[in-house]
Design a protein around this ligand. Structure first.
Ligand SMILES: Cc1cc2nc3c(=O)[nH]c(=O)nc-3n(C[C@H](O)[C@H](O)[C@H](O)COP(=O)(O)OP(=O)(O)OC[C@H]3O[C@@H](n4cnc5c(N)ncnc54)[C@H](O)[C@@H]3O)c2cc1C
Length: 341
């Protein structure tokens, strides 16, 4: 038996999640299917700067309300670099301004993160910063720590260790950065409690891949998507009529949104994997689908492939992540696909 729906969204990254939400917002019956966490879940969790329609950003903020995305401007990364952002998770937000001493906390037992290079890098960019060591634990990776962090006892000892380390420095700190390790669920409660105890504000540094804030976002976005991968499709009179999932489920959508992410290089060949669409773009990171003005992919001869297939996010060609914000572009084009389908 097949499932009939107005819209099928393939891929639960930022593009697919926003497209699904937008289609539903328009009153359409929409189903999402995704095979795993994508780049959105491996990112720093922040939305890089990009000129984005306010209604698209608003929908993304609504979708991620439990994380609390706020407009930021700049944020500090785990490498100590100050990065331009459009929005960050509330736990990553801090209004960077010159003046005042910044603290960077490390946990002695978390061997994969050291605060001194971050403080050093901040100093080289004109900020006053000191590393602070909290003595706690034995973890090799952020993920190991983040899993343990759901344990209330660890929460308490972590808070004690950080507060003690800050008090031991006896310097007047304006703000303190902590590595982005504090659990997969929103860590704001923990950071606020820390603030109350230590009398100084805290925020998470932007994580590097695989980052906990990224996974936090990826998990949230994939809620409401079925687990599955597209195995094949049926096509009639220039329309996708059926999409068949790997576990045999048949979906009959009026429209399909392809939000399956990036084609990193020519290494995948010259075709998109699900519909066999041609990939365009000469530079490695710009490779993707060519589309008409309605985000509908074009075939090998520049003709429309299917009148009811729309693409969004990193699957679109011509995008350079060094120039454009990847996540914001996914949000913008996901919103538009959800509008056009
Ligand atoms: C390490 C890293 C760090 C980054 N940091 C930032 C950052 O700090 N700020 C920023 O703005 N951007 C960042 N980016 C870029 C940004 O993450 C991406 O541009 C954006 O997340 C792309 O979103 P998307 O929805 O297009 O694709 P993705 O998030 O990749 O989602 C694609 C989805 O499609 C699914 N899928 C694929 N094939 C199938 C199939 N056959 N069947 C079903 N589902 C399928 C995948 O499982 C996945 O869920 C980063 C990217 C990476 C890799």
């Amino acid at each position: 038996m097949s499932i009939q729906t107005d819209v099928l969204v393939i891929g639960s990254g930022a593009a697919g999640a926003v497209a699904l939400a937008r289609a539903k917002e328009r009153g359409l019956n929409a189903i999402g299917v995704s095979k795993s966490i994508g780049a959105s879940g491996y990112s720093s969790g922040a939305v890089d700067f990009y000129d984005l329609a306010p209604e698209a950003l608003k929908l993304f903020q609504k979708l991620t309300a439990s994380i609390g995305y706020v407009l930021t401007g700049y944020a500090v990364s785990q490498a100590g670099l100050v990065k331009q952002c459009l929005a960050t998770q509330a736990s990553q937000a801090y209004e960077l301004a010159a003046g005042g001493l910044l603290g960077v906390v490390e946990l002695s037992g978390l061997t994969c993160f050291r605060a001194a290079p971050v403080a050093h890098m901040l100093k080289s960019q004109g900020y006053e910063a000191v590393p602070i060591t909290a003595h706690l634990g034995h973890w090799n990776t952020f993920l190991e720590f983040a899993k343990d962090f759901e344990d209330p006892e660890l929460l308490d000892s972590c808070m004690d260790a950080i507060v003690q380390a800050i008090e031991a420095r006896s310097v007047d700190l304006k703000h303190v950065f902590v590595p982005a390790i504090f659990g997969l669920s929103p860590p704001m409660l923990f950071l606020r409690s820390l603030q109350m105890r230590a009398g100084v504000s805290f925020s998470e540094l932007l994580g590097l891949s695989h980052s906990i804030p990224g996974l936090r976002l990826g998990n949230l976005l994939s809620q409401g998507f079925k687990a599955g991968s597209v195995a094949r499709f049926e096509y009639k009179a220039q329309r996708i009529t059926q999409v068949i999932l790997d576990h045999g489920e048949v979906i009959e959508p009026k429209s399909v949104i392809l939000a399956t992410g990036r084609f990193l290089s020519g290494g995948f060949g010259s075709q998109e994997l699900l519909f066999g669409l041609p990939l365009v773009g000469e530079q490695r990171f710009k490779i993707g689908l060519a589309c008409d003005e309605h985000q509908r992919p074009l075939g090998a001869f520049g003709e429309l492939f299917a009148s009811n297939l729309f693409a969004a996010g990193s699957s679109l060609g011509g995008y350079d992540p060094a120039e454009d914000g990847g996540m914001a572009r996914a949000i913008a084009t996901g919103y538009r696909a959800g509008d056009l389908c």
